[in-house]
Design a binder for this molecule. Sequence first.
Ligand SMILES: Cc1cc2nc3c(=O)[nH]c(=O)nc-3n(C[C@H](O)[C@H](O)[C@H](O)COP(=O)(O)OP(=O)(O)OC[C@H]3O[C@@H](n4cnc5c(N)ncnc54)[C@H](O)[C@@H]3O)c2cc1C
Length: 185
Amino acid sequence: MVIVVGSGAGGATVAKELAAKHITVKLIERGPAIEEKDAFRCYADTESEVKVLRAICLGGSTTVSAGNGVRCLETELREAGIDLKHEFEAAERELGVSVLPDALFGEGTKRIMEAAESLGFKIEKTPKFIDADRCKPDGRCVFGCPEGAKWTALRFVQEARREGAKIITNTTVDEVVVKSGEVKR
Ligand SMILES: Cc1cc2nc3c(=O)[nH]c(=O)nc-3n(C[C@H](O)[C@H](O)[C@H](O)COP(=O)(O)OP(=O)(O)OC[C@H]3O[C@@H](n4cnc5c(N)ncnc54)[C@H](O)[C@@H]3O)c2cc1C
């Protein structure tokens, strides 16, 4: 059996992949199960001096993400001999990453694009893991999408559950007890 701690981008992905291979998975999440539209209630760290925003709930910080599906360090890793092209493509297919139509851009974004173009800068639109057909441009991505248009790790949690994973919420893992090189509980 594999115990996965945390149900955000990392944990939910691991749980889904393992469960699909018929490995027994228990996914333990500190926060509650929520509806996506209520994710803003789960922001943590808002009172700390250095604000590292994150959400403590099923789906983790992906529930409040802006939906930007940008490839990270692709060039730098390739220069170091690690080519992740196929992995990026697979992730983009799975998350439904694409560039949204201009009709879904906010007024501010359109103005910045116009101003940049008038100054001779080339505009590149940010790829998004947002379903354009379901998206309403209300700027509520980072509150929790009321339309369920944005990919969140909740989808992977659901897939893991369908494959038999046990999902435990409102439970914090405080310590991993290791005896003779083995995790005991
Ligand atoms: C406002 C905001 C906007 C963002 N926008 C984007 C974006 O547009 N594009 C992008 O790529 N990224 C974005 N990010 C970043 C992205 O959401 C994170 O990089 C990603 O979710 C990190 O995945 P993770 O699994 O490491 O952590 P998280 O997704 O935060 O998940 C960690 C989970 O583990 C749980 N947990 C932690 N400790 C324990 C414990 N001891 N026991 C049990 N459970 C525990 C937490 O409750 C949480 O649910 C954004 C983040 C924020 C906050």
